[in-house]
Structures are given as C-alpha cells and as structure tokens.
Design a protein around this ligand. Structure first.
Ligand code: SAM
Length: 486
C-alpha cells in the first residue's frame, strides 16, 4: 500500500488535523512513511497565520517537487489546511506539480481523493468548499498505530472563529465557529481513556466560545438535563466578562449559569481514569466567573492557562479588536492566581502592530513584567490578506519590529528563567509522557502547570503520575532527581 508522509506547519490544531488525516489513511491501508524520500504521497499541512509560515511551506513544496519529479514522477503532492483554504487553485497555478489542495473543512475526504489520484481516476483535485458538519470529523487518533501508546491526546471540540481580530486570518481560513456536541466529545474522550490516555487537551481556535453559536442547540442535545447547572454567586471570584450575576437594575441574582464550555469541562471531568484536563486556546474575554470557579471546583483541570494578551496598550488592544483592556486582563490573571496560586500562565504577544508607538510597546514590556508570564510566544506583526490591519496606517518598519521582538524576548526569557529557577529544590507532580525529545535515553513528563521535566527513569514509569524533586532548571525545561523515584 502507498506510504504517506505528512509535514505539519503551525499550531496544535494543525498537528491534530494531521494526526486525524494520518489515522484516516492508515485505516484505509496506507502506511506512514518515515521520510519524504520513502513516500508515495507527500502532504504539507499548512499555516497562514504569518507570511513566513506560508513562504516556508511554498519553498518546501518547490524543493520536494524539483526532487521527486526528476526521480519519482508518480509521487502525489498535496497542500492541506489553512493556506490551502485561503489560496486554493492559485497554489496549483503557481506550483503545477501539486496534485491536491484540500481546505480546512475537507480533511475527512483525504483518503478518497488520494485513492482517486493514485488510481488515475482524477488528475488534480482542489476542494476548499465549506461543509456542514465538518467540525465533527476530526476524531480519528493514531494511538493504535504507535508502538508505544500515548499518555496524552488532543481532542478537537470546535472549528472556526468569529472574533475577527483585525490582524488575524483565522476566521477566513477556518470559517465560522462550529461546535461539536458534548456527548460526541465525551464519547471520544472516553474511548481515548479506555486506550490508556491520562491527559486530554480540549482544542479549538477560541475554546471559550464553545457552544455559543446557533448551530450548537440544533446539533443534538448538548446540554445536561438540568439545562446547565448553576453555582452560587457567592462562590465566584469574579469575571473578566461583563458581570452576569447582577441584573440591569442592580438586582443580584443568586446563581450563575454555566457556559457551554464549562458544562463540557464538567462532563469530561466525570470520566473515570482521566487524570488531567487542559484546553487551548481560550480568549481572555471568554473567562467568565463560571470558568474561574471551575478551576477551584475541578481537580482534574490543571493549573495552567494560555492567555493570548497580544499587547499591553489599551490603544493597540482596541485597534486589534480584542474586546478587553489591560486592566481587565490583569484582573483576570489576579483572579486565576487567587484560585490557583501555582497556575502557569503563558501568552501570545504581537509586536509592531500598525500604529504601535514606542510608548505602546513600553506598555507591553511593563505588562510582561507585571504578569510575570511563565513563557510567551512573541510574533512580529505580519500583514495578512483581507484583514483590516493590513490596510491600517502606520505600518511599523521591519527593523523596528525586529528590535522590539528582541527586547521583549529578552524580558520574557529573563522572567521565565527566574520562574523556572524557583522550582529547583521543590517536589512536584509530573505525568510521565515518554522519552525526552532531545535525549531519548531519558524520560520526560509534564507538571500540572505545563512545564517539561526531564529525568532518568525507565519505561515502566510511562503513563504514571509521580512526584519528582527538581534539581536543575535549563532553558524552559526542568530536570528531576532520579534518586527519589520509586
Ligand atoms: N486563539 C488565539 C487568540 O486568542 O487570539 C489565536 C491563535 S493564533 C492562530 C496564534 C497567535 O498568532 C495569535 O495569538 C497571535 O499572537 C499570532 N498572530 C495571529 N495573526 C498574526 C499576524 N497577522 N501577525 C503576527 N502574529 C499573528
């Protein structure tokens, strides 16, 4: 059977999509090729968030095409995912060696299309149409294909994004928000746990918007029998979202409805054998009191939050259309730390957004110092087609974007180092995931607050929750003492 090699660019959503495509192909009899050189089908699953990511994938395909067309003309070449969605036919016009262009709502057709191309029934296929119900099709996992079973798994709970941040291409590449039903997601999680998975990360572009769109109620019966349990308002620590526990005339309601996302967390939390729940990515404005309260209430929900802040300047946040202020973001961090003092907080920040002045940037630096993020992903602003920010006045020169990126990185690394150093000497719980990526003779696990710990252990520790003593901190990695293992 044909061997397929998939290379993935971009976020965890893309990783998950690639895994689902690979699992789909394996189920149809394809094998997974260890490298491009040994593959009959080469697929690049692409990212469009920044121009750099697009150029990397295009350059890679040019190189592959030049090589395989010379020596192995029958190899099938394809683009999948976000760039395939936004560029469509244009990719084949530019790179005529490409046979398949498959958009973000079409991953589940990959096997049928490849069969047709390999059998010579079809020559070129471009499918980037919208497809109703496609949000529920990213469900196959590769667990059984692995020699070693996975301890962690990602579960896609929704597709699309309705935020329309002015810098972001995602609403155009991923489409409108569409959520799977709670029973459907829980069934997938249960199956994973039955296969040995201990930790599940719920995935979506904006998970805090889960179930908020009209299609949700029509999609089955996602709400629990009580229509969404409620919690006493007195137990809430507060909310970044506009308060909804007091009425328009100041009449205080005694309870707060749980959002569909918190209902989903509740339902997944009940799965026996599941040890840990994570999610990514939330939107800071989606943190209602019910979600903060969930951190206090649900022990399997780990103390870790990726909160993309993007900027520390209110003026820039407004231009970005983020829907919160610096103050509200800082309040959210404070509330999360009140509920879970050890919470690990990471973020995304864009530098050089159009119109960003030195003063705006200084405010981002000061926010980073004030929050003391455990880590931050810093992006130089990249103009994206069809997004409002690309046409905004005051585009920041590349040299300044680079200089701000460098300064912010220095600050973030310095704070990160201090935070990691503070773990040395402490005992902490890790979930052992498997061999360390950098040194396969050692094992790696993750703390609840999402820090990687490398240690000398044996394969029997895989999948175990264990306490290790931290002996050393490296660059965004901790090292544990094997002496206290048993
Ligand atoms: N869910 C996230 C949020 O709340 O905005 C968005 C995920 S996005 C795919 C990952 C990160 O890429 C964003 O948080 C943002 O920092 C960065 N990003 C998005 N568009 C960008 C652009 N045009 N230029 C530079 N960075 C960008």
């Amino acid at each position: 059977m044909p061997g397929v090699f998939i290379k993935t660019y971009g976020c965890q959503m893309n990783e998950r999509d690639s895994e689902a495509v690979a699992a789909q192909l394996v189920a149809k009899g394809y094998t997974l090729a260890p490298s491009e050189a040994e593959a009959d089908v080469i697929l690049l699953n692409t990212c469009s968030v920044r121009d750099f990511a697009e150029q990397k994938a295009i350059g890679k395909m040019q190189n592959i095409a030049a090589d395989v067309r010379k020596n192995r003309p029958d190899v099938v070449l394809g683009f999948l995912g976000c760039m395939a969605q936004s560029r469509g036919q244009e990719l084949i016009d530019k790179l005529p060696d490409v046979d398949l262009v498959l958009g973000t709502q079409k991953f589940h057709h990959a096997a049928d299309y490849l069969d047709a191309i390999l059998a010579g029934r079809r020559k070129k296929i471009v499918d980037v149409a919208l497809e109703q119900g496609s949000e529920a099709t990213i469900r196959e996992h590769l667990l059984n294909g692995n020699a070693q079973k996975s301890v962690t798994a990602f579960v896609s709970i929704m597709q699309g994004c309705n935020q329309y941040c002015t810098f972001c291409i995602v609403p155009y590449t991923r489409g409108e928000e569409r959520s799977r039903t709670i029973p459907d997601i829980v069934a997938e999680c249960r199956q994973l746990v039955a296969q040995g998975v201990k930790e599940i990360t719920l995935l979506g572009q904006i998970v805090t918007s889960y179930g908020k769109r009209a299609n949700f109620s029509r999609a089955g019966s996602p709400l629990p029998a009580d229509g969404g349990a409620s919690v006493p308002a007195s137990r809430l620590v507060g909310s970044l979202a506009p308060p909804n526990d007091s009425g328009a005339h100041g009449v205080t309601r005694p309870t707060l409805q749980r959002s569909p996302f918190v209902q989903l967390l509740d339902a997944v939390h009940e799965i026996e054998g599941l040890e840990r729940i994570r999610f990514t990515a939330p939107h800071p404005k989606g943190y209602g009191g019910d979600l903060i309260e969930a951190y206090a209430r649900l022990p399997k929900l780990v103390e870790s939050a990726h909160l993309p802040v993007q900027s520390g300047s209110d003026r820039v946040l407004k231009l970005m259309h983020r829907g919160y202020t610096r103050r509200r973001f800082l309040d959210l961090v404070e509330k999360l730390r009140q509920v879970r003092p050890d919470i690990g907080i990471t973020t995304d920040i864009i530098v050089g957004f159009p119109g960003e002045t030195e003063d705006d940037f200084e405010q981002t630096l000061s926010l980073a110092r004030e929050v003391r993020f455990d880590n931050a992903y810093i992006f130089k602003y990249s103009p994206r087609r069809d997004t409002p920010a690309a046409a905004m006045p005051g585009q920041v020169p590349q040299k300044i974007r680079e200089e701000r990126n460098h300064r912010l990185l220095e600050t973030v690394n310095e704070i990160g180092k201090r935070k990691y150093d503070a773990f040395v000497g402490r005992q902490t719980q890790i979930l052992v995931e498997g061999p360390s990526r950098k040194n396969s003779t050692r094992l790696a696990g993750r703390t609840r607050c999402n820090k990687i710990v490398v240690f000398d252990g044996s394969d029997r520790h895989r999948g175990q929750l264990m306490d290790v003593k931290i002996t050393r901190a490296g660059s965004f990695t901790l090292y544990g003492d094997p002496a206290i293992l048993e």
